[in-house]
Design a protein around this ligand. Sequence first.
Ligand code: WT7
Length: 651
Amino acid sequence: MSNESLANLLKEERRFAPPADLAAAANVTGAAYAQAEADRLGFWAEQARRLTWATEPTQTLDWTNPPFAKWFADGKLNVAYNCVDRHVEAGNGDRVALHFEGEPGDSRSITYAELKDEVSKAANALTELGVQAGDRVAVYLPMIPEAVVAMLACARVGAAHSVVFGGFSADAVASRIQDADAKLVITSDGGYRRGKPSALKPAIDEAVAKCPQVEHVLVVRRTGQDTAFTEGRDVWWHDIVGRQSAEHTPQAFDAEHPLFILYTSGTTGKPKGILHTSGGYLTQAAYTHQAVFDLKPETDVYWCTADIGWVTGHSYIVYGPLANGATQVMYEGTPDTPHQGRFWEVVQKYGVTILYTAPTAIRTFMKWGDDIPAKFDLSSLRVLGSVGEPINPEAWIWYRKHIGGDRCPIVDTWWQTETGAMMISPLPGVTETKPGSAQRALPGIGATVVDDEGREVPDGGGGYLVLTEPWPSMLRTIWGDDQRFIDTYWSRFEGKYFAGDGAKKDEDGDIWLLGRVDDVMLVSGHNISTTEVESALVSHPSVAEAAVVGANDETTGQAIVAFVILRGSASETQTLVAELRDHVGATLGPIAKPKRILPVQELPKTRSGKIMRRLLRDVAENRTVGDVTTLADSSVMDLIQSKLPAAGSED
Ligand code: WT7
């Protein structure tokens, strides 16, 4: 059934050739695949030369102790120098690095020369606060330029940052500070969110009370709200950074020197501190940013809408774009403050040419209506990116049409916190794109789909996504837990990295991601992916968003239960629900028809936009709903449940 259903999805599928003008001037052509295939390590050694090294590496990959990789191990560099100083030295000091747009409408443009001064001053302040190479610094900030400055200042002095997303609770912050053993925390009084100042410092005060090793808390003033201060421990950013010299000589560190730790919240157990190091990480972040977005630093205005607290913000707001000397927009707030056209207003204001966002945002814009982006001039856009989860073909087509004016290629980029940078994606000047598919591994990357026994599946087959070769920006370990690193990623399939995602290859060998493997349902002995059923539902004109779970079922093993958000104009009737079931049946086959379809107002999502199926499964199986603390909005589950007094008793 699975292969038939994919064939069904593909039947109606359209393909989009790269725009001729973009292809003619593209940074990367199809020859890169052949070059990298002929000499993979030579290809990466060449990419490493896009960085400025204090000592050029002579070694490329050291894989003598797998899965612990070393890349460019005898090279030395300073990551912050590569992201800032060298652009100033090359005569581009007046180029804007960041166009900052605050949620209340304040804005600031910061040139590379100004960024160099700020990063140098902050580096001097870190030194004054006792931070040394090899230390860890926790960063808990809103989306303001100081977040970028703080990360680069850490990199400059050789301290690893651990950025914790500003929406996390005091407990979540405390456990991350503890695990990383950070001695300094950088935060702010607050940030603006949905039109109001929202405090951050109280969570840090509560967290640091449990972390005796923290010596200082460095506080940026953003909102000006009343803020408790602990004498001797807390320091205002504008005081200490403000009075530093803008001279700071960056020291060169080994390519394998730790750059950052970023925690990912596995579905169970304690969060994993993903460790990334310097030379290989920066090489792949810079290469992929330049190749996949076709970045032209002199003319492009790039905007990644992710938060700096996620890996997307690390690799594609801070390290990739700045290493490439890009001009970018940084936006503090939410897409609907003060109105639902805010994103498009920002695109128009700065003439954004490259936009990188997430499927969850795209589906939200679809729900808000086509008329909203239509009010703005989006003609500057030339490349659109997507990341974070599989993008359903319907949302892909909407994105292309209503945001990209049917003219911009879409790059659907698959990667993970663990991979550090993009791994599977179209190239905008090369690939004939297929809505919903990330398509093929980038040059220099090995990825394939294997079955339960680890055998590569033929074209048309499905199974598990694996990475077959080490790559420069790969995680080096889980902080403090080498064994967990081995067990989680390298033990399922001999010699291969197990990504935890289900995937299929189509008849052309292109890869389609099907979500986390724990999201595959087993219905009457058939594997059905939640992503496919969600895609089928969203392809119906009345459905804006869908989340599908498998609920235990006495007869079929699991039964498909779908939660749907209807589009503005659709109203919830028995007829519509029946129509949706038939629509899924017609699209994917009768076995994939949801047993129950429940219209809801909102879906439970994590702060990075991933649907928390565990909670929906609780509802579908009529259980008390579990831990909701990682939800972006914890009231969503109350809404869903209050609407469904009969959940579970319908059949
Ligand atoms: C997981 C990694 C990559 C930065 C943001 C998320 C899913 C990510 C795609 C995509 C299908 C995708 C996978 C992956 N994912 N991008 N283009 N198509 N699925 O980082 O939180 O570490 O999550 O996100 O399931 O394993 P993350």
